[in-house]
Design a protein around this ligand. Structure first.
Ligand code: SF4
Length: 69
């Protein structure tokens, strides 16, 4: 899976969203405030100016602040 997703997988700005069919989408939360980013970036992401490595305890299922939705 790592190779399929690229940088987004380890980025603090990503939020993994799994739909009812079990498909996982990676939403870029930078896109909420910065038009340079796509909400659902084309993967694998090999190079991104917005990439920031996430802290070890970050849970992409819950988002940066643990918010829902
Ligand atoms: S900032 Fe870049 S690497 Fe991070 S989630 Fe968004 S598109 Fe992916």
């Amino acid at each position: 899976m790592t190779d399929d997703v690229g940088l987004c997988l380890t980025c603090r700005w990503v939020r993994a969203v799994t739909n009812r069919r079990g498909s996982t989408f990676f939403r870029c939360r930078r896109a909420d405030t910065d038009p340079r980013f796509r909400r659902y970036p084309a993967l694998p992401m090999l190079q991104c100016v917005g990439y920031e490595e996430r802290p070890p305890d970050h849970d992409p299922e819950r988002g940066e602040r643990g918010e829902a939705g």
